[in-house]
Design a protein around this ligand. Structure first.
Ligand SMILES: Cc1ncc(C[n+]2csc(CCOP(=O)(O)OP(=O)(O)O)c2C)c(N)n1
Length: 340
């Protein structure tokens, strides 16, 4: 198993990993922020393994785990690999290694594309149904995903699907922490995009600033998708005279920290408000103050209509604020995972 965490787009790495995809004994798992794409890769890790129990994972676990790149966001793969560790874990990176799965046996401090290329040359194919097993699982989950999404009601999940479908080709996507980055992992992201998340230690404090800087340094359009609390927390990022006109911000405003309705704990205590931080704020006045065009939507029809216009050329950068129903977002997502 080759597991690729966050990485800059890398043509050499893409090339060599595509070769490994032809080896039946290898499965490649990629995160949305890995910037690596191939139809035979498992590009939505959580979608495929969320329903897999530790016992079932015995069939899917690798003998050798090779990890590349930075942070891995999928909590489930971390849990499964920690519980059922592979015989060997090698991390390949020029800088450093973290023992994320508590079984690191080898840190190879080198360029990962070069390492994999040399390894490929000495590699002997073995007969195996390992990749096939994973790909069959991927196919089954993809069907369940489609069926659920077709009847899925207006919610953060449904909105995310619509946003991802309309992103312009070859553009840059910046995603903030909390549920936003996790939703993105459930969909097939347009393979011409370059996708980034200021993951760090999952802070909500600097994503907007990072997106502004990234937009400034890129001629192609940049879209930043963020939650409302993350946006308000770092709104000072907009106090900047260098924001390009082709910068777009999409705020999923579910009136607080929606993630705290999803994770176990907060809703069962009387302290849910302190986790969720409910509010009635909108970004409208901030948009006006900082010279952004502003549009707000509150249902799927409006959203699709506005998305059709959203990326056309404008004289100012633009914010779209999407209001979603906080009472059902978590139910829709929990049912999504149940349905898988
Ligand atoms: C700097 C910082 N403070 C607090 C937190 C704890 N925290 C994690 S998620 C979250 C809520 C984020 O809400 P929002 O951006 O609206 O996204 P949603 O959960 O609705 O997707 C908070 C406060 C954090 N991650 N970073």
């Amino acid at each position: 198993m080759i597991l690729v965490g966050s990485s800059f787009p890398n043509v050499e790495l893409q090339k060599v990993l595509s070769k490994y995809a032809e080896d039946d004994s290898v499965i490649i798992l990629t995160e949305t922020t890995s910037n690596i794409y191939h139809p035979k890769f498992i590009n939505s890790i959580d979608k495929v393994i969320f329903p897999v129990s530790s016992e079932e994972f015995e069939e899917f676990k690798p003998e050798i785990l090779v990890t590349l790149g930075g942070m891995v966001i999928s909590k489930k793969i971390k849990q499964l690999l920690r519980k059922s560790p592979p015989k060997h874990h090698w991390h390949i990176d020029e800088l450093g290694a973290m023992d994320t799965y508590h079984c690191l046996s080898e840190f190879v401090q080198t360029n990962s594309a070069e390492f994999l290329t040399s390894l490929f040359e000495t590699n002997e194919n073995v007969e195996s149904d390992y990749q096939q097993k994973w790909l069959e699982e991927k196919g089954r989950r993809a069907e369940k995903h489609e069926a659920y999404m077709q009847k899925c009601e207006y919610s953060d999940l449904k909105v995310f699907e619509a946003i991802l479908e309309k992103l312009p080709n070859e553009s840059q996507l910046q995603i903030s922490n909390s549920s936003t980055i996790r939703y993105s992992q459930l969909f097939d992201v347009n393979s011409t995009l370059r996708v980034f998340c200021n993951r760090g230690t999952s802070g909500i404090d600097g994503s907007t600033s990072t997106a502004v800087g990234a937009a400034f340094s890129d001629e192609k359009p940049t879209t930043f998708i963020t939650g409302d609390l993350s946006f308000f927390y770092d709104s000072n990022a907009l106090w900047n005279t260098n924001i390009p006109k082709n910068f777009r911000i999409i705020i999923l405003n579910n009136a607080g920290g929606g993630i705290f309705r999803f994770i176990p704990g907060p809703l069962k205590t009387n302290a849910a408000d302190y986790f969720e931080t409910p509010h009635n704020l909108t970004a409208e006045h901030l948009a006006k103050m900082y010279g952004f065009e502003y549009v707000q939507v509150a249902d799927l029809k409006e959203l699709n209509a506005e998305l059709n216009e959203f990326y056309s050329e404008t004289e100012q950068p633009k914010i779209m604020e999407i209001f979603t129903p906080k009472e059902i977002n978590d139910v829709v997502l929990k049912n999504y995972f149940k349905n898988l």
